[in-house]
Design a protein around this ligand. Sequence first.
Ligand code: NAD
Length: 270
Amino acid sequence: MRLEEIPDSSGLRDKVAIVTGGGAAEQGIGNGRAAAILLAREGARVLVVDQHIELAQATVEMVTGFSGQAAAWEADVTVEADCRQMVSKAVELWGRLDVLDNNVGIGSRGSVVDESPDRWQQVMETNVTSMYLTSKYAIPAMQASGDGGSIVNVASIAALRPRGLTAYSTSKGAVIALTRAMAVDHGAAGIRVNCVAPGPVYTPMVYGRGMSHEARERRKQAAVLNTEGSGWDVGNAVCFLASDRAAYITGQVLVVDGGTTLRGPPRDTS
Ligand SMILES: NC(=O)c1ccc[n+]([C@@H]2O[C@H](COP(=O)([O-])OP(=O)(O)OC[C@H]3O[C@@H](n4cnc5c(N)ncnc54)[C@H](O)[C@@H]3O)[C@@H](O)[C@H]2O)c1
């Protein structure tokens, strides 16, 4: 076999990607910002979408810092018109659409008894309905581009191992079901749909709402690897699933949690 016959390319060069929630506070590396930077490093042109345009612009500056190609776009992904315009903008700028990283998600804290109906609704709209809305417009644009496409939905291990974040866990469970259903619906069109389920990742969302040193240490020790992840770990997983390296993978959940979901009681040796 000759070296040239062995596939080694991500296939992302000159592809067009949308990353929702691609901003992050200050210089912090959130999951979306990391994905946008890593996709651009592979040669993709990236529309960085955020409800706070200045956060998206900060990501774009990081990308242009290494001569990558990206543009910032303001949109609230819970609003249908914003989702439609976001897709139109990517196509208007670069003529096609190949990748959608559905990264936006918000947290919740309580049980069904604690949670207000308004907050429940807001979590579902932001974490689940948004992915329906963005995909509704992204999929026809991918089909029109002619080379299939890849959608990566960001879930959470909270869907697999709930711990008192009930609205959030429910929404992320729905993200996994949505991913699998979309994979079936659009596989024949060459559109792959996968999910990344991050565990304890230390992003601006986490430290922005305040996390004590003790809580952070507990989170680290909960992982088999005894440490926390970063936005880069999630971004790398998104980039892999978006790329040709994952060409035969669809409808899957890639858990990025340092082994946190493997933890249970120690083996009974008595
Ligand atoms: N950080 C973690 O430990 C962790 C763990 C599991 C899963 N996740 C998931 O990863 C994803 C990203 O997490 P993060 O920690 O990087 O988040 P983050 O809070 O840093 O969010 C990224 C961006 O999303 C934007 N955003 C929020 N709502 C929006 C909306 N309606 N429209 C457009 N933009 C909006 C915010 O302005 C922010 O800049 C989320 O889906 C989250 O649930 C995170």
